[in-house]
Design a protein around this ligand. Structure first.
Ligand code: SAJ
Length: 419
């Protein structure tokens, strides 16, 4: 297992491909975006992640990482393509299907196919089915009449789901240190994938079947979503009852078995706001709490917008400083950011003139650029000009703002850093 083909050079695929290349594997990275391929083949990085630029550069310099638009023969194929939501909160596995089709002609006996993408229940089995159709000449681990895979000594292709679990902002460390779950389509697939991951992962490697691994990944993110929803719901309750939610949570967390997470302006990023829907979709009648948590978290930006508009209405020509646009602290990652959505809603509803303060970006994101009432500003300007200071992201830089500078302002702190 020396030659690796990685499909999808995004947030997971590129760090994985680069790491493998620096560990001495020969990596052929594939992406459908020609610009991405070009960037990587010049040794550059298109993903925002601490230290990834250094890793990509050293992978490129080692000569072990090459990017291309098409796959190539390999020992291991890793699928790290997106699985977004489509209309009606339904999972869209089009990219998984396209990637499966793309690798099919290159497969040879003994190859291992790994799905690292987050996938709905049963997708690993679907990939096995698709490959059987596309390559009838190969023996793919068969599925019995109950939809379960069965061990077959003669199987020529190994297939496993090994979900990524890395935290944006700490990807390089977590790729190596985190425990990994490997769900084999059959036992020999799981064991073969284990041999591969053991070569670069320091965490424990735990083997199971494909369906359990699929649900395990979804459950991890749904667990966090439900817990954040609990905190967000508390923030609404406290608002109504005029109680400081941050003090309340601090106090409740002094109980030895209570650990409430932090409320915020909503849940962003590409994972937690999406993956729980995959569970709801597979078990709609049973996943009631998981669905409600999603709804609670999705409602939070709207709640924040309403609160800002109410306070802004006190001013004739309100200037509203919105501090932070990213989806979480100390990153420049804007994916599915509730802060961006809040600013967009304020702009649409003409709530005032908006000064967006985001130290990690140089230009407004595309969704905000065409509004005449939104401009990017530095913190100093915002403190001078704003009537309302709205804290949307708990970036380190915002903790140090002198409280005396906020005295004259209306303050809305969605993250509780100025409590
Ligand atoms: N958030 C809160 N309150 C909190 C914690 C988080 O409002 O107490 C918000 C954040 O501000 C952000 C969102 O939740 O908008 C998600 O941030 P996060 O840091 O919790 O998680 P992600 O989306 O960056 O990464 C998650 C991780 N999953 C878990 O921690 C269970 C990561 O390990 C996964 O690999 C990643 O999703 C993924 O790719 O699935």
């Amino acid at each position: 297992m020396q030659k690796i083909c990685v499909l999808g050079l995004g947030y997971i695929g590129l760090p994985t491909a680069s790491l493998l290349a620096t560990k001495g594997f020969k990596v052929h990275g594939v992406d459908v975006n020609a610009q991405t391929v070009e960037t990587i083949n010049r040794g550059n990085n298109h993903i925002h992640e601490p230290d990834l630029d250094v890793l990509v550069k050293s992978a490129f310099r080692s000569g072990n990482l090459v990017a291309a638009l098409e796959p190539a023969p390999a020992d291991v194929f890793i699928l790290a393509v997106p699985t977004p939501l489509k209309e009606g909160h339904l999972p869209d596995i089009t990219y998984i299907k396209a990637a499966t089709r793309a690798i099919a002609p290159y497969l040879a006996p003994g190859n291992l196919v790994i799905l690292e993408s987050t996938i709905p229940l049963g997708t690993t089995e679907k990939v096995a089915d698709w490959l059987s159709e596309l390559r009838p000449d190969l023996i793919i681990p068969p599925i019995n009449e109950h939809g379960r895979t069965v061990d077959n000594d003669k199987a020529q292709i190994f297939i496993a789901h090994c979900p990524e679990r890395v935290l944006p902002g700490q990807i390089l460390k977590e790729l190596i240190d985190n425990d990994r779950i490997i769900g084999g389509i059959d036992q020999s697939s799981a064991r073969t994938a284990q041999l591969f991951y053991e070569r670069f992962v320091k965490g424990n490697i735990l083997l199971t079947n494909a369906r359990t691994a699929e649900l395990c990944k979804l459950v991890e993110n749904a667990f966090r979503d439900v817990n954040i929803a609990f905190a967000n719901e508390l923030s609404l309750i406290c608002e109504k009852l005029d109680i400081n939610v941050w003090e309340l949570i601090d106090l409740a967390n002094r109980h030895p078995r209570v650990n409430i997470l932090q409320p915020g302006p909503g849940v962003g990023g590409h994972c937690i706001a999406i993956d729980p829907w995959f569970i709801v979709n597979s078990a709609p009648d049973e996943a009631r709490l998981i669905r409600t948590a999603r709804e609670v978290n999705d409602h939070k930006p709207q709640f924040v917008v309403t609160k800002i508009r109410e306070k802004a209405a006190r001013f004739k020509k309100p200037v509203i400083a919105c501090l932070g646009l990213t989806f979480k602290a100390d990153t420049d990652d804007l994916r599915e950011s509730p802060a961006v959505e809040i600013v967009r809603q304020l702009a649409i509803k003409q709530a005032g003139h908006i000064l967006a303060v985001e130290p990690y970006i140089g230009t407004l994101p595309a969704t905000l650029v065409n509004f005449g009432n939104v401009q990017l500003a530095d913190l100093k300007t915002a403190l001078q000009r704003a009537d309302l200071m709205v804290l949307l992201v708990n970036h380190r830089a915002f903790y140090d703002i002198g409280r005396e500078l906020l005295n004259e302002k209306v303050v809305i702190d969605t993250r509780g850093i100025w409590r």
